[in-house]
Design a binder for this molecule. Structure first.
Ligand SMILES: *Cc1c(COP(=O)(O)O)cnc(C)c1O
Length: 219
């Protein structure tokens, strides 16, 4: 299958999952995860109409996205990988959505850059729903307090939550937990679901899914 066919297939599967869960068709945003692929691989996907893309490294993204954004100004670029505070300036400058806010230090660095640059990417808080020591994200039980701190003390507008369930577990309970936390925080957006489980994520209320290998092929 060509990349265009795989993109069409993923979109059809999202549409089917939307219908099965009685959600409006088109309500879930597909974020195509293009990490490790270069501009040449990404251009056909943009040409096929895809506009939202996800990357996990700031530096890698700086090597390909500035030119792609000039070619297609209405792209929406999501940072979905861990962010270090020394990269906050570059991240605010390049990304439209930063999905991985997960500690006070990074939230403060982002708040500083947002006021300096006068540019405000949308922000999501990453939650480590599986309490995995090697994984980024705030603990579930600290999420509400952290979102409050971001909003009330730092003046950040937090729009959503994001999670990456443990690879070897049934993802459903993790998606359900993220949806429950989002209600408690009063945020609308839920970024959850990848190539292996995006249909399940749609069923649990994902507003965006992050799909890489099912579109671009294996990395
Ligand atoms: C790589 C990555 C994805 C996409 O994973 P696939 O299994 O290739 O769809 C989604 N989310 C995050 C945070 C990632 O790093």
């Amino acid at each position: 299958m060509s990349v265009e066919e795989r993109l069409r297939d993923v979109k059809a599967r999202i549409g089917k999952a939307e219908r099965l869960s009685k959600r409006p068709v088109g309500s879930v945003t597909l974020v195509a995860v293009s990490k490790t692929f270069d501009a040449e691989d990404i251009r056909p996907v943009i040409a096929a109409g895809q506009r939202a893309f996800g990357e996990n490294r700031v530096q890698e993204s700086q090597g390909k996205w500035p030119e792609l954004k000039v070619e297609t100004p209405d792209l929406e670029l999501h940072l979905i990988g861990p962010l270090q505070s020394n990269k906050a300036a570059d991240a605010v400058a390049l990304f439209d959505v930063i999905e991985t806010v997960d500690r006070e230090k990074i939230a403060r660095a982002l708040a500083d850059e947002i006021s300096k640059q006068g540019k405000a990417p949308k922000l999501y808080v990453q939650v480590n729903t599986g309490l995995e020591p090697q994984k980024a994200g705030i603990e579930p039980k600290q999420t509400v307090a952290f979102v409050d701190l971001c909003r009330n003390e730092l003046g950040l507008s937090i729009e959503g939550l994001m999670c990456i369930p443990p690879a070897e577990e049934n993802p459903g309970p993790h998606f359900a937990l993220l949806a429950k936390l989002a209600k408690e925080c009063g945020v609308e957006k839920l970024s959850m679901g990848m190539s292996g489980d995006f249909e399940t994520a749609v069923e649990f209320g994902a507003t965006s899914v992050r799909v890489g290998s099912a579109i671009f092929g294996s990395r």
